[in-house]
Structure formats: C-alpha cells, structure tokens
Design a protein around this ligand. Structure first.
Ligand code: KG4
Ligand code: ZN
Length: 340
C-alpha cells in the first residue's frame, strides 16, 4: 500500500510517499521545504510567519512528492498527517490539506502524533526485524521524552523535560555564543575542535528518575559567556556543553534499558543526528546491558529531523491496528484528543 505523509507542525513543509510491504517501509519520496533561512533572521521560529510559509509551499511540495515517487493521488491508499503537538496555525495547513484530499479521493486519513512519528523514523528503509521492548529517546527542538515501547503503538512515557528540550538548549546556547539557528549542527561542528574538560558545566537530574532539565545548564552557559567576555574559548564551551547534554541523556537511556529489560535502544528526533550522542549512548548501553542490545538511530539524517516519511510510517502502524477507526476524518478530534 502507498501512504502519503504530511508534516507541517513547525518550520518544515514536508510530504512523503512511503510504500508499505510485508517486510519493509520503503521511502519512495521525501520532500521537505525548509524555512530555516527565513527563521535565521529572527533567531527562531515566529509561528505566524511559519504558518504563512506552509500555505505557500504545501501544494508544490505535495506535487513534487507525487512526481518523485512516480505515483498519482489515486494510487495512494492512506493519508497520514501530523495532528499534534505543534504550532496550531501550522498544523491546520497540513490537516486541512489532508481533509481536502480525503474529500476529493475518498482516501482514509490517520491523524499522527508528531513524537510518535519521530519514533517510527527508525522503521524506514530497514531490512532487519526490530524487536520489543524498546527504550526510545526522542530528542528535538520541541520535545524530549524517554519512552518505553512494548509493542507497536504501545508507548509509556518514562520521563520528559521539566523545562527546555535538548534541541532547544542547543539552539539557545548557540545563540548565546553567536552561532546561527538551528544551533545543534553548528555547536556540534565547533565542538569537534574543542576541549570539553576546559569548562565545568552542571548536569541536572543526572542520577535522579527519568525527567530532564536543561534550563540550569543554559543559564550556567550564559553566566560563563558574560564572565569570560573576550577570553571565552568558544570551541571548548561548545564541546563542554555538548558533553554535558549527552552525558545526562545517555546515562538515563542506559538506566532505563536495564530497568525495563530492553532488547533495543532507539534514538529519534533532530538531536539524534548528533554523533557524540550516538557514540555515548552506544558505549553506555554496551557497558550497562552488554553488546547484544542493538542501538539504532534513523537510517538517514533527513529521517532524524522533521520529515513526512516518519509520519507516513506512524500512520501506517496506527491504521493497521484498527482500520475501521479511520473511515471518517474528524479533524477537530484529531487535534484535541491524542496522547503524549
Ligand atoms: O526534530 P526536529 O527537526 O524538530 C522538532 O520537532 O523540534 O529537531 C530540530 C532540533 C533543533 O533544535 C536542532 O538544533 C537539533 O534538532 N539538531 C541537533 C543536531 N541536528 C539538529 N542537535 C544536536 N546535534 C545535531 N547534529
Ligand atoms: Zn520534530
């Protein structure tokens, strides 16, 4: 079956065509119109500006996704659209597009939780079987959750952030040291030449429960930046900050994997593109649980950050579970009654 995925929850207008067969979810097209350049001017996303951009790009991106996949709308068997969480005016562009397509073609629509979408990015373009239970760390600009997945669509949130998400902390710290938006990749690049031991930064809640807190770390960086002034060693600070975030994240993931007898550990979301995070989680999980546990991250970098292929994958598993639930498209229900 061909699934059309639509994602407009933040600053990417994305449409993808994914083909579901018995063993694989194949990405046939994955088109993303990014608003990064536009939001660089303001150092972050302005919701009203983002929504207007989605309106401009929605139809061209949809047309390109169908063209690249070499399919017509009539070939599509299922539409999956991000319904929440996200910027409400941006989400409405996607859900209204899905609704219009459903009216025109009679194709069922599955509303998808964006975080669930990030989690299902790990199923895209895979040949081998994924085994449960899985401990999943979803880390991006807007969310930061540690999730226990016992089976398909069976999620238990073990912990989440009490203030900033990890990606948000990367973005804010980047801004403090004069790096452009989005800060994650910029800090990562600068950190490769830095000495993480040069600055001592706090690690809030590291050994306590599964919740996260990154605002204290951000404030510590702000104090350091103003104290050091022209003497600030930016690469060292970038490295120290990156290690502080990855230390807390990897420690909690490994602890949760042991406690819940996980057979796999997955990383998902924009920050899962971070090489240091991948390395530290792999090392800690191997020490805590042995090397039999598989640590996975999405197959491609574009599946880590916001995209519509992951939404198509999540929609497919939801639909598979109970196809009858999606015979009628209820956009209001979709944006108000979802978990996470
Ligand atoms: O998943 P995503 O595209 O959007 C949200 O759903 O929020 O994640 C974007 C976030 C941004 O905060 C960005 O700075 C961060 O992911 N990010 C990274 C890296 N690449 C993207 N953070 C750390 N290291 C990276 N390599
Ligand atoms: Zn996201």
């Amino acid at each position: 079956m061909l699934i059309l995925g639509i994602e407009t929850s933040c600053d990417e207008t994305a449409v993808a065509v994914v083909e579901a067969s018995k063993r694989r979810l194949d990405v046939r097209s994955n088109v993303i119109a990014s608003q990064i350049e536009l939001h660089r001017k303001t150092g972050g996303v302005v919701p009203e500006v983002a929504a207007r951009e989605h309106v401009v790009h929605m139809i061209p991106v949809l047309e390109e996704a169908l063209t690249v996949a070499e399919v017509a709308m009539d070939d599509v068997g299922l539409i999956a659209v991000t319904a929440r969480p996200g910027l409400i005016a941006s989400l409405l562009v996607g859900t209204n597009t899905a609704g219009a397509l459903a009216l025109l073609t009679g194709t069922p629509v599955v509303p998808v939780n964006h975080i669930e979408g990030h989690i299902y990015a790990n199923w895209l373009d895979r040949d081998d079987d994924i085994v449960f239970p899985i401990v999943v760390l979803t880390v991006s600009g807007g969310h930061n959750e540690l999730v226990l997945m016992r089976g398909h669509t069976d999620f238990e949130v073990l912990g989440s952030t009490r203030d900033d998400a990890a990606g948000e902390a990367f973005d804010k710290v980047a801004r403090l040291i004069g790096l452009p938006y989005p800060g994650g990749p910029e800090i990562s690049r600068l950190a490769t030449t830095g000495d993480a031991a040069a600055y001592d930064l706090p690690r809030a809640l590291r050994n306590e429960g599964y919740d996260f807190s990154f605002s204290g770390l951000k404030s510590a960086v702000a104090r350091l930046v103003s104290r050091e002034g022209d003497h600030l060693k930016r690469a060292d600070l970038a490295a120290a900050f990156e290690v502080a975030v990855c230390d807390v994240l990897s420690e909690k993931v490994a602890r949760a994997a042991v406690e819940h007898g996980a057979r796999e550990v997955h990383l998902a979301g924009g920050v899962s593109a971070n090489q240091r995070l991948r390395a530290m989680v792999t090392a800690r999980v191997a020490t805590a649980c042995g090397t039999a546990i598989k640590v996975r991250h999405p197959e491609q970098l574009t599946y880590c950050t916001d995209n519509a292929a992951m939404i198509a994958a999540a929609g497919w598993f939801r639909w598979h579970e109970n196809p009858k639930a999606y015979e009628e498209w209820k956009p209001v229900m979709a944006t108000t009654r979802m978990g996470f």
